[in-house]
Write a protein that binds this ligand. Structure first.
Ligand code: PLP
Length: 435
């Protein structure tokens, strides 16, 4: 008789990913050697090639010193340009629209300097109520920077009563009603908490129709779902590369600025010596002469040691291709969703991520009913549940207190067996809880 575990193994044999390209952390509990790592939405795993890439730059620095700017195997002066094409391919952008620099929230601020220009009655910034805290703080501080009251300037869109996630129609309805007061719509492409994939082209079009600008935070979308930022006419976007892009803790971020804004002299920007045309950078003149590309949004000379891991990671995405990754992702997450459906009825756990594969990436979010009561009675909150998953079963999921546990099978390295282990462990913990 084949067991569900055998079935998971059979699927892995038939539909392998690229696990051998990554270091899989050893398990800290349970009966398997490796963790079932389902937290790549929080920090992606280390590609095996990353160490050599870092050592190569350290060696260049050790042997060349300052001459490495021109003479390193990959010269440091133009180093960021080596990342531009693969990053552009990943998000469906032109290379001129794309730059890898800074961190995500820093990029959001720099892009809001250009694209949040409140004037007259048009001052509002629309975000989702389940926005990542950093995004909430960023937009509120931008409002204050412009002398505005963040409580009335920032609009937080909530799901309709009874719904777990924001519907595209909820955003469109708001824009219909209040659009002439909206300066900027800034939403997560894939919501970090619920795992919902927003309809980026439809919302972008609706924002433009009412005269607003539309930017996207793609922290949970880049490397997770196919994107076509140029064709979707997105004004700007930013994403980090330590989640699905596996470039290491605190890794550099990306930024996208649509072509139509690149040469617009009305657009404001904070500049530094890396904003200017590289051909004249070392003429040390008092005035910058930026080229009409996203590179003009750079300020400082970039951290080469931090760029190597991004380059290595983007090479993997180029090799495998986002379309193939998305196909495996839909199979893997569909399988996980099916297993969860078997254990969640009549249980205190509920999947809040949309069931439609077109409305989600790889992550499924589980909500625990009534976590306050359960924590009070010594039973699991989200943090307690994920702690037990890790220490008793070797399953790494991540918790967002008070009540959400996120499971993200990452198509590059996660397996069907990882999914089976997670659900098997959840089923045991929940059954124990019910006793
Ligand atoms: C992960 C994440 C961030 C993190 O911001 P950093 O500037 O990289 O620290 C911000 N926004 C969203 C939506 C995220 O998911």
């Amino acid at each position: 008789m084949t067991t569900p575990e055998d079935e998971a193994r059979r699927r892995d044999a038939a539909d392998p990913g690229h696990r051998d390209l990554f270091h899989i952390p050893p398990a800290q509990g349970g009966r398997y050697a490796e963790t079932a790592y389902l937290a790549g939405n929080s920090l992606g795993l280390q590609p095996r090639a990353t160490r050599a890439e870092l050592v190569e730059e350290l060696d260049a620095w050790a042997t060349l010193g300052v001459e490495g700017h021109l003479e390193a195997g990959r010269p440091w002066l133009p180093y960021h340009e080596f990342l531009t094409q693969p990053a552009a391919r990943l998000v469906g952008a032109l290379p001129t629209e794309t730059v890898v620099m800074n961190s995500l929230t820093v990029n959001l601020h720099l892009l809001m300097v250009s694209f949040y220009r409140p004037a007259g009655d048009r001052i509002r910034i629309v975000i989702e109520d389940s926005a990542f805290p950093s995004d909430s703080y960023a937009v509120r501080s931008q409002a204050r920077f412009h002398g505005l009251d963040p409580d009335t300037t920032v609009v937080r869109l909530r799901p309709r009563p009874g719904a777990d996630t924001l519907h595209t129609e909820d955003v469109l309805d708001y824009l219909d009603r209040e659009g002439d007061r909206v300066a900027l719509v800034l939403l997560g492409g894939v919501n970090y908490l619920t795992g919902e994939l927003m309809d980026i082209p439809t919302i972008t079009r609706a924002g433009h129709a009412v005269g607003a600008l539309v930017g996207w935070d793609l922290a949970h979308a880049a490397g997770n779902v196919p994107l076509a930022l140029h064709d979707w006419d997105v004004d700007f976007a930013a994403w980090c590369s330590y989640k699905y892009l596996n470039s290491g803790p605190g890794a550099l971020a990306g930024a996208f600025i649509h072509e139509r804004h690149l040469a617009d002299p009305a657009i404001q920007r904070f500049e530094g010596w890396w904003s200017t045309d590289p051909a004249t950078r070392f003429e040390m003149t008092p005035h910058s002469r930026p080229l009409p590309t996203a590179d003009a949004w750079q300020i400082s000379n970039p951290p080469i040691l931090a760029m190597g891991p991004v380059r290595t990671s983007l090479e993997i995405f180029d090799k495998v291709g986002m379309a193939a990754l998305r196909e495996r992702s839909c199979r893997l997450t569909g399988y996980l969703a099916g297993l969860l459906d078997e254990i969640t009825p009549n249980r205190p756990l509920r999947v809040v991520t949309p069931a439609d594969p077109d409305r989600r990436g790889c992550q499924l979010s589980l909500r625990i009913a009534d976590p306050g009561n359960r924590a009070a009675s010594g039973q699991g909150s989200a943090a307690e549940l994920s702690r037990r998953l890790r220490h008793e079963y070797g399953v790494v999921a991540d918790a967002r207190e008070p009540d959400v546990v996120r499971l993200a099978p990452v198509p590059l390295y996660s397996t069907y067996h990882d999914c089976w282990r997670a659900v098997d462990a959840l089923a045991q913990l929940v059954a124990e809880d019910a006793r």
